[in-house]
Design a protein around this ligand. Structure first.
Ligand code: HEM
Length: 124
């Protein structure tokens, strides 16, 4: 049966499963594995807090995703499509339609604002 509500526990399942996919993905894996060559648990734990803040408004995440992503070599706008495709697949696999759509809607908007912050340069 699919998960029917968003909770800290279901967020952990989603994050673990999503980054399993990322690590197996031929396009995204090299970028992620260069940035996180060792233990993935600190990243996963941070992402539990991030999605908890986004979906449950717990304020558990403190950080600056724009600065972090600016520091990643080989970021390209097209990678966001790949990221979102994997995220959507993971959400649909684990959650019922309503919860999946709630995650996906947030992810699309955050991806859009990250992309603008990273790639929109008014002086070029
Ligand atoms: C962190 C890659 C899109 C949210 C990271 C890190 C990598 C990465 C490699 C680890 C950085 C580090 O610890 O040094 C990417 C790539 C993306 C992408 C390649 C797509 C092209 C997104 C999207 C979201 C997101 C769409 C949100 C919906 C985060 C957050 C962190 C993070 C919250 C933790 C930042 C911190 O350390 O506080 N990302 N990311 N990322 N990513 Fe992404």
């Amino acid at each position: 049966a699919k998960l029917d509500h968003v909770s800290e526990e279901s967020i952990r399942l989603l994050v673990d499963s999503f980054y399993e996919r990322v690590r197996r993905d031929p396009i995204l894996a090299p970028i992620f594995l260069r940035a996180i060559p060792g233990d993935w648990q600190p990243h996963l734990t941070k992402m539990y807090a991030f999605w908890s803040s986004v979906m449950l408004t717990t304020g558990r995440y403190k950080g600056n995703p724009v600065v972090k992503h600016l520091a990643i070599p080989d970021m390209q706008p097209s990678l966001f499509e790949r990221w979102l495709a994997l995220f959507n697949e993971t959400c649909d696999e684990l959650f019922d339609a309503g919860s999946s759509e709630a995650f996906r809607g947030k992810a699309v908007r955050i991806a859009e604002s990250l992309k603008l912050a990273l790639f929109y340069r008014p002086d070029r």
